[in-house]
Design a protein around this ligand. Structure first.
Ligand SMILES: [Fe+2]
Ligand SMILES: [Fe+2]
Length: 367
């Protein structure tokens, strides 16, 4: 097995990540080290079955082996983070796992004995003191984000807040690396529009984070990029202006059907004039498990959108760009803008701000 890359993102706080290109998993390991050198070793959301080799390899490097694991934190019950719980608990006889009782109620179906479980609700004020090392950590609820009993974990020593799925994102940032840039927001926005229940639930969780004292310096989510510096407050603030989940379904944006018609008209154009691009686009749109499944397809036509129409239009344009030659891009842009204009879909200049935007817009509006 090739060596696992381990990133230290804060004091004794480490990250390993799976290598999917669209939606990967982040797994974190923290070593709480006391003044006398004794340590307590903790893992956060230890991944899916396919991550077990990566996890055991990282644990070997960082703490001398899985048997030295003391604590396993589960933010909620999803299989992308709980599937390795049984094997870790059997390999680390003294390890316990920590979660909310709501999570435990579902985790119990793995057949795990209750004496291996610490309920977060039993810690006064949700603060856990690690007697052996003298550390203090705080659990923070993320109610309905995206599960009733979802929990986050604040490590005061490193000022890292592990947020589980909250502030996670699909991978929209270009290039390698682990830290968020402005480009990461698109993926966070798509992920939250699809997986979080509503703006209200998101804002409630943002408010919980804003009450932490001191504020976290780093946000470590289970998917996407690690967020640090000014982007922490910047991204948290943007949620106040973003609908998600049931908000989008309830509103059933009036423009949604028209947007689907316009996008299908654009795809018909590709099919007739650039069949090879059309074919590639369909392959991308149908690739299960990628964030392009924000669209629902039937008979090679778009029949539904799971995010806002603006996000959908941006996403399809990004896909088209990724499979077209520079010469084709301008023509495609004019065609797409013409289709959107034909159905009175408001054009957002930000969407098409790259090369040729002004020229393309002029061709539409001066016609
Ligand atoms: Fe989840
Ligand atoms: Fe997840």
């Amino acid at each position: 097995m090739s060596e696992v890359k381990i990133h230290e993102i804060g004091k004794e706080f480490f990250l390993v990540k799976s290598d999917e290109k669209d939606l990967h998993r982040n797994i974190y390991i923290k070593r709480f080290v006391g003044k006398d050198g004794k340590s307590v070793n903790m893992i956060f959301d230890p991944g899916a079955k396919i991550d077990i080799q990566m996890v055991t390899s990282a644990l070997k490097t960082l703490i001398g082996g899985v048997q030295n694991l003391d604590l396993i934190f589960l933010s909620h019950q999803d299989p992308d983070l709980t599937a390795n719980l049984s094997v870790l608990l059997s390999s680390a006889p003294k390890a316990r796992f920590v979660s909310s009782i709501d999570t435990w109620r579902l985790i119990v179906s793995y057949g795990i004995p209750e004496n291996r479980f610490y309920a977060i609700e039993n810690f006064k004020n949700k603060v856990m003191r690690i007697a052996k090392t003298g550390h203090r950590v705080q659990f923070v609820p993320a109610h309905f984000c995206h599960f009733r009993g979802a929990m986050m974990f604040y490590d005061f020593e490193s000022r890292i807040l592990f947020t589980g799925d909250f502030l996670g994102g699909v991978d929209s940032r270009k290039g390698s690396g682990i830290y968020a840039t402005e480009e990461s927001w698109e993926g966070i926005s798509i992920f939250h529009q699809i997986y979080m229940p509503s703006k209200d639930a998101i804002v409630e969780t943002v408010n919980k984070i804003s009450l932490l004292n001191p504020l976290p310096e780093i946000i470590a989510p289970q998917h996407g990029d690690v967020i640090r510096g000014g982007l922490v407050v910047e991204f948290l603030t943007r949620f106040f202006d973003m609908d998600a989940g049931i908000d989008l379904i309830k509103k059933e944006e009036p423009g949604k059907d028209l947007s689907l018609t316009a996008l299908n008209s654009f795809m018909d154009y590709l099919n007739k004039n650039k069949p090879e691009v059309h074919k590639k686009l369909l392959i991308k749109l149908k690739k299960a498990g990628t964030f392009t499944t924000i669209f629902v397809l039937a008979n090679n036509s778009l029949v539904d959108i799971k995010v806002s129409t603006k996000t959908a239009i941006v996403s399809i344009w990004e896909l088209v760009k990724s499979i077209s030659s520079p010469e084709e891009i301008h023509d495609f842009k004019v065609t797409l803008l013409t289709d959107l204009d034909k159905y009175n879909i408001p054009l957002d200049p930000e969407v098409f701000e790259e090369v040729g935007e002004e020229k393309a817009l002029e061709e539409i509006f001066d016609k």
